[in-house]
Design a protein around this ligand. Structure first.
Ligand code: COA
Length: 408
């Protein structure tokens, strides 16, 4: 039975900061951010947006695009590491804002940047377990990446959400049934209770990511069907590779590590190996990184932002071909899996339109927004979200849906 992503939609906040400007303000050469990290811009959430409104705006877009009645969603999962309450899940706010029915399993998932994949796999398993029953799940990955001002992580912030309708009519991506997984307790990135910004051992987190990639990819190679021949590369069967992308250069490092493993049984070596790695990155990875370079890190939504942007831009060209996807969450857990782009794929995830409509802010405004945090309030001019966070009253968070004229 085919199970997978029926439709997916993106939402990113309407304000954007140029990383050339941030580099100038921090006294860093702009090439360090542009080439060293591969980032160009980052999305900044205004005070009226938090992870609930990001998730709800993406979810509303996905439901409209798929023409699914909110009452038909039997499972709603929101994956995030930007939770708004220690007990009350982001997903139950989203459940109300989207008008999803009472007969629904609703919960929030957290495992750093891996939770979106945990949600996707749980939803796909739930759909499969339903047999011929017409089950549909809504999975939303949403995050606001925050590091301290002036820290090495600062240029790798961002914000956004990706919503995916999961079911037995996977018009966007048919999920493969096998996954290679890897887990281990490491302190590479964490956010102790009460802290707004993440703590990170940056260089170590890159090492942990690459080690987890090697573990998950090796595990997947043994599960691939039809089985790979001795020393046969898996990459020959995959048209594109999508990676968890905290910053685009990480995807370049990841692809290099993957190919070194995948091609270790071939005769490629020295300059020929180097040329082949560069060409493979150029053709099979780089075209999928444009959106993430302009939005920044969306933590657990990042892999799916890459997927949405790729399918929106190149879906029909990739029809009938398989993609390899790698998910990494610090702490850590990782998963390598594949998906088939079906014929007739027609994804309008909204990425290009959202990126076009954004308003540029300067460094002073960005720093003010960081200080204000998600304090709630009125939407700024040009706001493209559908939901706003009004603020906290009696220790309860209040949200509202904007009138249709105000919502994009
Ligand atoms: C990723 C991170 C550790 C980088 O920190 P940093 O202090 O900027 O690291 P570096 O000084 O090594 O610079 C980063 C890159 O820019 C390159 N660079 C530095 N100056 C440069 C310049 N003027 N022109 C071009 N490139 C430059 C470096 O060579 C390096 O590239 P490399 O990794 O290919 O060697 C930091 O951004 C971070 O902590 N991010 C958050 C955690 C994260 O995203 N982890 C990823 C795994 S989950």
């Amino acid at each position: 039975m085919s199970v997978g992503i029926e439709q997916l939609a993106v939402y990113v906040p309407p304000s954007v900061l140029s990383l050339d400007e941030l580099a100038a303000a921090r006294g860093v050469p702009p090439e360090k951010f542009r080439e060293g990290l591969g980032v160009r811009e980052m999305a900044i959430a205004p005070p009226c947006e938090d992870v609930v409104t990001l998730a709800a705006s993406a979810g509303a877009r996905a439901l409209r695009a798929s023409r699914v009645d909110p009452g038909d969603i039997g499972m709603l999962l929101v994956a995030t590491e930007t939770g708004v309450d220690h007990a009350k899940p982001v997903s139950i706010f989203v459940h109300e804002l989207l008008g999803i029915g009472r007969q629904c399993r609703v919960y929030e998932l957290k495992h750093a940047c891996y939770a979106g994949t945990a949600a996707l796999m749980s939803a796909a398993d739930w759909v499969r377990a339903g047999g011929t029953r017409p089950r549909r799940a809504l999975v939303i990955a949403a995050d606001i990446a925050r590091y301290a001002i002036g820290s090495p992580g600062e240029p790798t912030q961002g914000a956004g959400a990706v919503a995916m309708v999961i079911g037995r009519e996977p018009w966007s991506l048919v999920l493969g049934e096998e996954s290679g997984t890897y887990a281990g307790n490491v302190y590479d990135f964490w956010r102790p209770l009460g802290r707004r910004e993440a703590l990170v051992d940056g260089k170590y987190s890159v090492e942990c990511y690459l080690e987890a990639l090697a573990g998950a990819f090796r595990a997947y190679r043994t599960l691939e069907r039809p089985a790979l021949g001795t020393d046969e590369p898996l990459s020959g069967r995959l048209a594109r590779f999508l990676y968890h992308t905290p910053f685009p250069k990480m995807a370049a490092k990841a692809h290099r590590r993957l190919l070194e493993i995948d091609w270790s049984g071939t005769t490629l070596a020295g300059d020929r190996l180097e040329e082949a790695i560069v060409a493979s990155y150029r053709d099979a990875v780089a075209p999928g990184l444009e959106a993430v370079a302009r939005v920044g890190n969306t933590y657990t939504a990042s892999l799916y932002l890459c997927l949405a942007a790729l399918l929106e831009r190149e879906g029909p060209r990739l029809a009938g071909q398989r993609l390899g996807l790698f998910s990494y969450g610090s702490g850590c857990c990782a998963e390598f899996f594949t998906g088939l782009v079906p014929s007739g794929v027609a994804v309008q995830a909204g990425v290009a339109e959202l990126l076009r409509e954004r308003t540029t802010i300067d460094v002073a405004t960005y720093e003010r927004l960081v200080r204000e945090g998600d304090s709630g309030g009125e939407p700024p001019p040009g706001f493209t979200g559908e939901f706003v966070f009004r603020g906290v009253r009696d220790e309860r968070r209040e949200y509202a849906r904007l009138a249709p004229a105000l919502a994009a």
